[in-house]
Ligand binder design. Sequence first.
Ligand SMILES: Nc1nc2c(c(=O)[nH]1)N[C@H]1C(S)=C(S)[C@@H](COP(=O)(O)O)O[C@H]1N2
Ligand SMILES: [Mo]
Length: 213
Amino acid sequence: MKGPDPELAKRLPPGQVLTAKWPVLTYGLTPRFDPRKWSFRCFGLVEQEVAWTWEEFLKLPRVEIASDVHCVTRWSKLDNRWEGVHIREILKHVRIKPEATAVMVHADPDYTTNIALSDLIDDDVLLALKHNDRDLEPDHGGPCRLVVPKVYFWKSAKWVRGLEFLDVNPPGFWEVNGYHMRADPWKEERYSDQETRAMQQMRAEAARKLRGR
Ligand SMILES: Nc1nc2c(c(=O)[nH]1)N[C@H]1C(S)=C(S)[C@@H](COP(=O)(O)O)O[C@H]1N2
Ligand SMILES: [Mo]
């Protein structure tokens, strides 16, 4: 019998299991796509709001990026080939104000997720229209989803419709419901009570230092 492939094992964050399938995880129903009503908007702390219609969005230059997906429900799916518009391509058209440090990602139907600006603007982040050469299926976020491989997959908003630039980092939908603000799978940043524990430790540490003086 063959043991686990060590090269694959290196790509699997702690507590994750490999799957070849692609589970659908949606809170609520898959929204219906209407190309006449669809738009993608950048707003908030920007010099000027920018919006693309579906027709305009399709004319943006595309890239192809391969990445691994890690879901907080413990499945990981390796070697996904995404085609879409790179985040830096989008941001070429947006003058972000210097005080912006975080982004609220807005998606249909009423889904949000928060991310640090520095986590969003990265080489492997795109607005994906295709997966493994096929148009993104509606259940997986078609026609367009965000893909941010370095954090758990709930931050890769399906049916993404906008980016709101902010100088604070308020929690999005799952983050309000106890999930982690950063969500690094390599650190197993799954739930926000981990952050609370870290903060308590920091406070206790500070108190000890003060007493020791
Ligand atoms: N708009 C929207 N995006 C979403 C979700 C959702 O419910 N609505 N679920 C998130 C969660 S929890 C996960 S794990 C992934 C699942 O993506 P998939 O269904 O393509 O596997 O999408 C994320 N993006
Ligand atoms: Mo998820």
